[in-house]
Write a protein of this length. Structure first.
Length: 99
């Protein structure tokens, strides 16, 4: 099993789509200061404890600050059978609207 990477600005086509969950892996403080629309916050430190709440039928799009943490999280989650895309470059590479 493997995962894909997507360009930061390609995430816009997934916002609001059914069966897609965008996950912000940054701290809660960073999340509330601005995140991609429809993204939920699961800090990377909490991902292992929270992963059982994630639906394996959904596409999970992971992002962090610069892209390194989302790659690690993608490797962790793919072992459990999740369908994942990691956002290359993290939120620093994203030029879309933040909420």
């Amino acid at each position: 099993m493997s995962f894909d990477t997507i360009k930061a600005n390609d995430v816009a086509k997934y916002i609001g789509r059914q069966n897609v969950l965008i996950i912000d892996l940054r701290s809660y403080e960073d999340y509330i200061n601005g995140h991609i629309p429809t993204a939920i916050n699961i800090p990377y430190e909490n991902l292992e404890q929270e992963r059982h709440k994630l639906n394996k039928d959904n596409l999970l799009i992971l992002y962090c600050d610069r892209g390194h943490i989302s790659l690690m999280a993608a490797r962790d989650l793919m072992k459990y059978g999740y369908h994942i895309k990691s956002m290359y470059g993290g939120i620093r590479a994203y030029y879309g609207r933040l909420v």
